[in-house]
Design a protein around this ligand. Structure first.
Ligand SMILES: [Zn+2]
Ligand SMILES: [Zn+2]
Length: 341
């Protein structure tokens, strides 16, 4: 089968023929990929940022944002059947550790992460497990919803964590109106009555956010922190949901926080340097977000089926993976890039 394989860090991946995955355990599920989302994390992987954390041995297949149809199931799999349409939770989890029993799939102590630590879904087939697959209505096309498996899930997870704080009258800043931001805005609208302020460098991207539920838009032109403070009566926002997390956005986010406000970090690549006295004297909070739970993904699929969350995607054949990577890297990708085998 064809797969997008990373051979060396700091070099573009190669599209090449590799053997198909083989069943090895009773809970294995092999999915025929209908759509594999391209994520900024794939760029960070190529840059070597994940080399130490993931411990993956090269070469391997990228792709952690997958949906498709069940191709083959192990003898103990009872929740899906061959031919079912599925979206794939990004982690393969054990179901037995304390985190799994609490529903926190992303913290499973025995997890593997296809596309990060083992072969992923930018390929014809992906091997995952019964615990990772969410069965979908067959009317849903995997290529249309694949991006919900990671981009959507991470955005939903962060918004759901923030939602108890976002009562009527609160204000939330969303930094970044790209692949994740546009889902985050729709999730905020679906789950909370908060007033939404979106910050992005691109006026065109900001224009689109109005139809997803943005109440105010601010161009990141160097004066954006002041503009956000004006829109929040000088106090700052109860929550800043930072889908960028690099190139200064992470520092801007801190300046946009109200006292006791919370900075949800989703995009990454930069670093935060905040004097501890500022943290204690204002009781601001910093919250990391790593994908989300299986139930988060199932809930997000419900919102999608209800038409409350829709995705803006750009489709590429798997063979054009390098074009997609280039477009994402150069800022020419609107919405989420999806590779179709
Ligand atoms: Zn990702
Ligand atoms: Zn576990």
């Amino acid at each position: 089968m064809k797969a997008v394989r990373l051979h060396h860090y700091h070099e573009q991946p190669k599209i090449e023929q590799v053997p198909e995955p083989k069943m090895s355990g009773p809970l294995d599920v092999i999915v025929r990929i209908g759509g594999a989302g391209l994520c900024r994390t794939d760029l960070h992987i190529i840059e070597g940022q994940w080399a130490e954390k993931s411990g993956v041995s090269l070469p391997y297949t990228l792709g952690h944002e997958n949906a498709g149809w069940v191709q083959e199931i192990g003898s103990a799999v009872s929740n899906v059947a061959v031919g079912d349409t599925v979206i794939v939770h990004p982690l393969i989890t054990c179901g037995l550790c304390r985190a799994c029993r609490a529903g926190n799939d992303m913290h499973c102590s025995n997890a593997s992460f296809p596309g990060i630590s083992v072969d992923g879904g930018m390929a014809t087939f992906l091997k995952t497990s019964a615990r990772a697959v969410v069965k979908l209505n067959p009317s849903l096309a995997p290529k249309d919803i694949a991006a919900l498996a990671d981009a959507g899930l991470t955005a939903y997870h962060a918004v759901k964590k923030a939602s108890p704080l976002l009562y009527p009258g609160t204000k939330t800043v969303v930094i970044g109106a790209g692949g994740l931001g546009h889902i985050g805005i729709q999730c905020l609208k679906a789950l909370t009555p908060t007033e939404i302020i979106v910050v992005d460098r691109s006026p065109a991207a900001l224009e689109l956010t109005r139809s997803w539920g943005a109440d105010h838009t601010v161009v990141a032109d160097g004066k954006h922190v002041e503009k956000v403070l004006e829109l929040t009566d000088g106090y700052g926002a109860e929550a800043v949901i930072d889908f960028v997390g690099e190139r200064g956005a992470e520092q801007d986010a801190v300046k946009m926080l109200r006292r006791a406000g919370s900075h949800y970090i989703i995009g990454y690549g930069g670093s935060l340097n905040v004097p501890t006295i500022d943290i204690i004297s204002t009781e601001i909070n910093f919250i990391g977000n790593l994908v989300g739970t299986y139930n988060d993904l199932a809930e997000l699929m419900t919102l999608t089926a209800q038409g409350k969350v829709s995705l803006h995607t750009a489709m590429y054949p798997l063979d054009a993976a390098l074009d997609a990577i280039h477009d994402l890297d150069s800022g020419n990708l609107r919405g989420r890039g999806i590779l179709i085998p």
